[in-house]
Each structure stands twice: as structure tokens, then as C-alpha cells.
Design a protein around this ligand. Structure first.
Ligand SMILES: Cc1ncc(COP(=O)(O)O)c(C=O)c1O
Length: 450
């Protein structure tokens, strides 16, 4: 999950002049705990073995100081430590499905390796997979995408960062959702651009406020990123919001980065992509992949759909960095898209059950308030009425009850009063987590009834 920090391409683009003048004391490749970084005169970088290196001494490029990690990993590390001490932990912190890929996908991988499908292949992906992705998007999203407009990458994050590298210049402004996936502002800053948040607020059912977005567009705004269904709120952007964002994009000549990684994990009607709206195919990059919908997180496979000249630029970036995604995972991914055992629908049915169970019960816990997510597999819970901060509550839940969740500030300033629970554990574990939370809630009940 921290791959961005280690990715070689971050170091490669000497042409890009980063505006990274403020130097920060917080180790920059450790998971970010949500604390704003303070300017300091020396930069330190954390190593995975715990040693801290002085950036100036280590001769690390200053752009690295602009990057942050993911809060989920810090909680995961602590939860694992408690587990090693013999504590029982219910993991609701990471966005990693507890399912594994369907059997035919695993068989296809074995077959591909046995057949010697382990060679260098085309940087933009093997033609059969790009064709399969085009067919899949037609079938599931009614998109008429040509295989030439598809590029395969090792993971959605890599597809996203390639698109950002291809489109964003130092000095540009990039609009992104807050709360949202923390890599959007991090990587934007790493590219020397300014990350400008637009807020998804509970009073608007976490839908974007189009007037706010319009007011934040300047002559420097180049890209608007959004993610629907959104991580962490689970919001599916309404048709009206998509149409209005499209209108703004055309009016101000913006690129749209539409992160559709949760498009299949939907509890309502069929997914609508902004790509399909009039005039949008030429200014939209879709990011999607196999990690969530097909439970293939560790396989590292994602893709982008974009206008051909953007795909050509990304292709050059691939050539200059990782050369290609592994051939055998690409072969197996065709089987995943075929979904011969209907595994995706089975998973979504299970996520829906978990959502109903967990959200209903959370809303009965004093001080908690949670709107049922329309997609993805997260519960985004307002805990403001408990009288505790989200950090205090997350610590209490983990240390005293063994329930791991993430304090919302990890997803941006608007997450200050929220906790994110991932619904990636089976129903019986969710019930156990609810019992534990219920038990410890005596601590804040007095504050709620006041
Ligand atoms: C919104 C969003 N985009 C992208 C990613 C990264 O996906 P991948 O693991 O395929 O790189 C995640 C993973 O949590 C995510 O939540």
C-alpha cells in the first residue's frame, strides 16, 4: 500500500521541478497518522526497519517530503502487534476483502505459468486482456471503449499515478474529494501541484456540493479527481452531480480522473460512469482494476481507460519504469472478468448483508450515526456526539476491545469526527465487534445523554 513512496518513477522525472520547499520533520514514508506536518529545516525519512535517516544526509529528493502514507497501515501495524501479544483482534481497518479469487481464476493463473506465459509483454497490456476489459465495460457499464484506449498496470494505484504523471504539471491545481483516498492529495503534492479539497458533507448525504467545486476552480485547475462509490463514505455520486461535474469540466477544460475501483460493489442500480456523458470520453481517465471487485489485492492488477494520446503517454511511462504487468496475472484476469462462477454477485450479496447488519446496529449505539453506504464496503460513522475525538475512540476500541478501525482524519480534514470500519470480516465477527463496542460504549453514554 505504500508502493508510491518506493516506486522508481517518483525518482525518475528530473524534468519535473517540484515546488517542495517546506521541509518536514515527520518521517515521510511512514503511515500518516493524520497530524498536519510542520515545516522544519531538516527532512527525515523513516525506514521500514525503524531507523530514521536525515534526508539531507541521505540525499533523498525533496519531493519525497511531500508524500504521505495511509493511516490504515499504522492501525494495522498496532493491531498486529497486539495480536502477537495474544490479544483477540477483529480487523476492520484495511480495505482488503476477506474473500479470495474464484477457483477458475486461480486455475487460470496456474495454467498460464505452466504454459510459460511468463515473458515480457506489451507495456500497455496483452491484447486479449485489453479486449476483455473493453467487453467487460460494455457489459457492466454500457461503455463503448476500444481496446486501444485501455492500459494495464500493476494495481489501480499504479494506473492512477501514471495518469497523474501524464497529466499534472508543477503549479497546476487538482481538485479532490475530502474525505477521500489519501493518495490523491499526496501524489498531487509530490508532482509539485496544489491539492485543493472539495468536501463531501453529511448534510448533503456526502454528495459533492457543485457550487463549492465551481468556486474552487481557477485558471490553474487542470484535473478533478473523484471516486464513486467513494472510499470512505460509500457515496455513489448522483446522476445530477455527474452531469454538473461534466458541465464544469467542459466549461473549464478540465481532465476528470474517475476512480471506479468500487464500481461493481454497488447496492443500488447499475453503475453510471461520467465517461459516458456527452463530451466526456475525450477528457476522462477511468481508473479501475481487480483488487476489490475480484478480491485480487495482492495480484497487483489495475487498468486505465483514456483517450489514445493519454494512453500513449502512459505507455511511455510504463516503458521507462516497470516495462509491463506480469503476463500470467493478465491471463488469469481474463478469467476473472469472465466470472464463470458469478463470484462478484455472490460477494456483493454478502457485503450487502454485512452492511445492513452492521449499520443498523451501529445506529443503535448511543453517540454513533451512520448513513448506509450505497456502494463499496465501508461504514463511515459520525462519532461527534460521543464527546470523544475520533483518535481517542479508535485507540479505546483497539486497545480495550480489540476492534481495529480508522480515525477519519486519515481521509482528510472533513473526516475529523468520523471512524471508518471496513466490512471485510464475516457476519459473526461483525456481530462480535458490535458486542464489544456496545460494552465499551458505557464510557461515553453519559456524554450523549447530557
Ligand atoms: C479509492 C481507491 N483507489 C485506489 C486504490 C488502490 O487500489 P490497488 O490496490 O488496486 O492499487 C484503493 C485501495 O484501497 C482505493 O480505495
Amino acid at each position: 500500500m505504500c508502493a508510491v513512496v518506493r516506486s522508481p518513477f517518483v525518482f525518475m522525472f528530473s524534468r519535473i521541478v517540484f515546488s517542495a520547499s517546506p521541509l518536514f520533520s515527520q518521517p515521510s514514508n511512514l503511515p500518516w497518522d493524520g497530524t498536519p506536518r510542520q515545516p522544519q529545516s531538516r527532512v527525515k525519512v523513516g525506514l521500514t526497519n525503524g531507523r530514521i535517516l536525515d534526508l539531507a544526509m541521505a540525499r533523498i529528493a525533496s519531493r519525497i517530503s511531500q508524500l504521505t502514507g495511509e493511516g490504515a497501515l499504522a492501525v494495522f501495524a498496532r493491531a498486529k502487534e497486539l495480536e502477537r501479544q495474544g490479544r483477540s483482534i477483529i480487523h476492520l481497518e484495511l480495505g482488503e476483502p476477506d474473500f479470495h479469487p474464484a477457483a477458475p481464476v486461480v486455475d487460470a493463473l496456474r495454467g498460464a505459468v505452466a504454459a510459460g506465459r511468463d515473458r515480457y509483454v506489451s507495456p500497455r497490456g496483452i491484447p486479449a486482456l485489453r479486449q476483455a476489459i473493453a467487453d467487460y465495460l460494455k457489459q457492466t457499464r454500457r461503455l463503448r471503449v476500444a481496446p486501444e484506449d485501455v492500459l494495464v498496470a500493476p494495481g489501480c494505484k499504479m494506473a492512477l499515478s501514471l495518469a497523474m504523471l501524464a497529466l499534472i504539471e508543477p503549479g497546476d491545481e487538482v481538485l479532490y474529494p475530502d474525505p477521500g483516498f489519501p493518495i490523491y492529495p499526496s501524489f498531487t503534492r509530490g508532482l509539485g501541484a496544489t491539492a485543493v479539497p472539495f468536501f463531501l458533507e453529511e448534510k448533503n448525504q456526502f454528495q459533492p456540493d457543485i457550487a463549492e467545486i465551481a468556486a474552487k476552480i481557477s485558471s490553474r485547475t487542470k484535473v478533478l479527481i473523484f471516486n464513486s462509490p467513494n472510499n470512505p463514505t460509500g457515496t455513489v455520486f448522483s446522476d445530477a452531480a455527474l452531469a454538473q461535474i461534466a458541465e464544469l469540466a467542459i466549461k473549464h477544460d478540465l481532465w476528470i480522473l474517475s476512480d471506479e475501483i468500487y464500481a461493481r460493489i454497488l447496492f443500488g442500480e447499475r453503475y453510471k460512469s461520467i465517461w459516458a456523458l456527452p463530451g466526456m470520453a475525450e477528457r476522462t481517465v477511468i481508473i479501475d482494476g481487480f483488487s476489490k471487485s475480484f478480491a485480487m489485492t495482492g495480484w497487483r492488477l489495475g487498468y486505465a481507460v483514456a483517450p489514445r494520446h493519454v494512453i500513449d503517454a502512459m505507455d511511455l511511462l510504463v516503458l521507462n519504469t516497470f516495462t509491463c504487468a506480469a503476463e500470467f496475472t493478465q491471463v488469469a484476469a481474463i478469467e476473472a472478468l469472465r466470472d464463470s462462477t458469478d463470484a462478484v454477485n455472490a460477494m456483493v450479496t454478502e457485503y450487502r448483508k454485512r452492511r445492513d447488519l452492521f449499520v443498523d446496529a451501529l445506529n443503535r449505539i448511543p453517540g454513533f450515526r451512520c448513513q448506509p453506504p450505497a456502494g463499496a464496503f465501508y461504514a463511515w460513522v459520525n462519532i461527534g456526539d460521543t464527546g470523544l475525538t475520533a483518535e481517542e475512540l479508535a485507540t479505546l476500541l483497539l486497545e480495550e476491545t480489540g476492534v481495529a478501525a480508522i480515525a477519519g482524519a486519515a481521509f482528510g480534514a472533513a473526516g475529523k469526527n468520523y471512524l471508518r470500519f471496513s466490512l471485510v470480516s464475516a457476519g459473526n465477527l461483525l456481530e462480535e465487534a458490535l458486542e464489544r463496542i456496545e460494552r465499551v460504549s458505557v464510557r461515553w453514554r453519559a456524554a450523549v445523554s447530557r
